[in-house]
Ligand binder design. Sequence first.
Ligand code: ADP
Length: 261
Amino acid sequence: ARDSLRHAQKLEAVGKLTGGVAHDFNNVLQIISGNIQLLQFLLSGNKEVEKRLQNMLGAVDRGSKLSSQLLAFARRQPLQPAVVNLYAVIQNMDDLLHRALGASIQLQVKACEGLWNTFVDPSQLENVILNLVINARDAMPEGGTLLIKLENTELKNKFANLPQEVAAGDYVLLCICDTGTGMSPEVLEQVFEPFFTTKPAGEGTGLGLSMAYGFVKQSGGHIQIESEVGKGTLIRIYLPRSLQEAMPRPALKTEPAAGGR
Ligand code: ADP
């Protein structure tokens, strides 16, 4: 419990710090991008110059994606939980997930009969799932299979490997399982740290899993990762069951630009 308090405080501090920087940085990038586009217009016709300007625009674009991710992290909205069925959430994301994964990765979705409802913020959950799916994709550069599985689970107090702060009771278990590179024990130990990334500069923010961790904890759930180098990674997310009926939901906005890369 002390560990997770330290973790929460660290997330808080990091959030405050990055918010301001990311915002100003975005303004700087806007100016650069505007000027590049003007130069593209003024200098059109010279193939070499056009190529260089296009490269610059690409770099600026990556920079602004990064800073909008940082902003999203810093300005985490308060949770607006609702009674939701996770299977409906996943189905709602079907298009988005296929686009994120590309043609070389097969997506399988399985849900048990009579899946229980949960009480979570559906749009923040979508963001978390998208981040996890993008991580899985990045771990499968040569293709593979991504399995998303949903089950009803009853956690007992003595449930193996679960920390004490997880209350016994009914949970919906969301598994995200990939056949990718996996992680070494050293990497696995640090994945929830904000800004920990093994990806090249400009590609990873190291915020995906720390955001997932924060979201799941705040939702009264638990997240657990199992991974083996060369085999793949299994992420288990336990979210508390709701005994209420799910309301028919309006179509959710899914904005890959805000949460994804
Ligand atoms: P980012 O993806 O920006 O690096 P994350 O916090 O989402 O930030 O992930 C941190 C690190 O954890 C990644 O850089 C990667 O090394 C590792 N990781 C996360 N998910 C997976 C996965 N599914 N398979 C292998 N490694 C992973």
